[in-house]
Ligand binder design. Structure first.
Ligand SMILES: Cc1ncc(COP(=O)(O)O)c(C=O)c1O
Length: 396
């Protein structure tokens, strides 16, 4: 029989998701890996202990459970190694701490996830790192912002809440010319629809809380590095001790098995609704990279294999002082959508987006922006719920 790894390497994505990570033959044939709860690992004798000459040495440094998930993620990302951390936010902050030192300069996309900005403006600043926010549409033009001490260029595409696309290969090429590390928060696309390392990114970041876990019950992050950056990332993880729990690692691996089929459904429903909303009178704009009308659509089409289930709409606003009341009327009329942060779970969620933190990429100003996470519910029911929201907003 052909080697299992060889067969899987050439298989379709859902086949790989069903089998990536652990090999059942390594654990008595059980399909899933064991959930190993561990701090202590015993050594057979003092010499082995002194040299740490065995595969597992301490709970923070990996277990069969975390190894199974890391192997699955490496397979999907094409990475040299992956660390597992306790939240998506930690998946951003740990690599930033790995690659930035006092006196360094970091370029951060202005459409970044807000808590990433908060980390930069507070902790990085306190540690002596200077941070500059750049326009997501900058492309190769980022070279003009690179200084001799620029050490990190952080990307996130599509951007949080407003979904601006970025020319990742052009940005990575410019950054690498000057020796900067390129990181990307790729949570929206997952490695199924975009593989950052194939496009020149060094560090691929995921809030696995979203689609990989998929059920709104786990907080988790993964960070995957190419060979040149793996050692430093791994060393930082060990130094900080930011390890993830075995139960959560297990749940994320479990979630990966169905992520492909879930994403297909999220994608299909979200696109159907986004297309419908484009023609609705109360809506001024739909911010979804897979719509030809969206400014970043050409980049999405060039580089991405699909779209996930979250996008935003801009309502026609009338006067700015009524934006908030309109948005609240929309949200309060919803019965299927929950009002909640996060996304990537099985259920619809909506939130009124605040863009007050933006410095360069200001975002739409003609009306309130509402972010919609489209869940796995039936589209006709989701549509009826959005219609309820639109009718309530219209009355304001
Ligand atoms: C783009 C992006 N990155 C990172 C995170 C952080 O994930 P977590 O909630 O697991 O900290 C989020 C959460 O909403 C996100 O939207």
């Amino acid at each position: 029989m052909k080697n299992r790894d060889e067969i899987l390497a050439g298989a379709g994505v859902n086949t790989r998701l069903a089998h990536a990570g652990n090999d059942p033959a390594d654990y008595h044939g059980f399909v899933n890996p064991p959930v190993v709860h561990a701090s202590t690992v015993l050594f057979p004798n003092a010499a082995t202990m002194e040299k740490r000459a065995q595969k597992y040495t301490y709970g923070t440094r990996g277990t069969p459970t975390t190894d199974a998930l890391c192997a699955a993620i490496d397979e999907l990302e094409g990475s040299a190694g992956t660390i597992l951390v306790p939240s998506g936010l930690a998946a951003v902050t740990v690599p930033f701490l790995a690659f930035l030192s006092a006196g360094d300069h970091a370029l951060i996309v202005d459409s970044v996830y807000h808590p990433t900005r908060h980390f930069c403006d507070t902790m990085l600043k306190r540690l002596g790192v200077s941070v500059e926010y750049y326009d997501p549409a900058i492309g190769a033009g980022i070279e003009a912002l690179i200084r001799p001490n620029t050490r990190l260029v952080h990307t996130e595409a599509p951007g949080s809440n407003t979904f601006e696309m970025q020319d990742i290969p052009a940005i990575a090429a410019a950054a690498h010319k000057h020796g900067a590390v390129v990181s990307m928060d790729n949570t929206w696309a997952t490695p199924l629809y975009f593989r950052p390392l194939d496009f020149g990114v060094d560090i691929s970041i995921h809030a696995a809380t979203k689609y990989p876990a998929g059920h709104s019950d786990v907080l988790f992050g993964t960070v995957s590095a190419n060979a040149a950056h793996w050692e430093q990332l791994h060393e930082t993880q060990i130094t900080l001790g930011t390890c993830a729990s075995p139960d959560d690692a297990y749940q994320v691996l479990r979630g990966l098995r169905t992520m492909g089929v879930r994403l297909e459904r999220h994608q299909e429903s979200a696109l159907e609704l986004a297309r419908w909303l484009e023609g609705v009178d109360d809506v001024s704009r739909v911010l979804h990279p897979a719509l030809p009308s969206f400014p970043g659509h050409a980049l999405w089409k060039r580089d991405f294999k699909g779209a996930s289930g979250i996008f935003s709409i801009v309502l026609k606003g009338r006067a700015p002082e009524r934006y908030k009341a309109k948005a609240h009327a929309f949200l309060d009329a919803l019965g299927i959508f929950g009002l909640g942060y996060s996304w990537g779970g099985f259920e619809c969620l909506a939130v009124h987006v605040g863009l007050g933190d933006r410095r360069v990429a200001k975002g739409p100003e003609e009306g309130p922006v509402l972010r919609l996470q489209i869940g796995l519910e039936d589209v006709k029911d989701i549509k009826a719920d959005i219609e309820r929201g639109l009718a309530a907003a219209r009355a304001v």
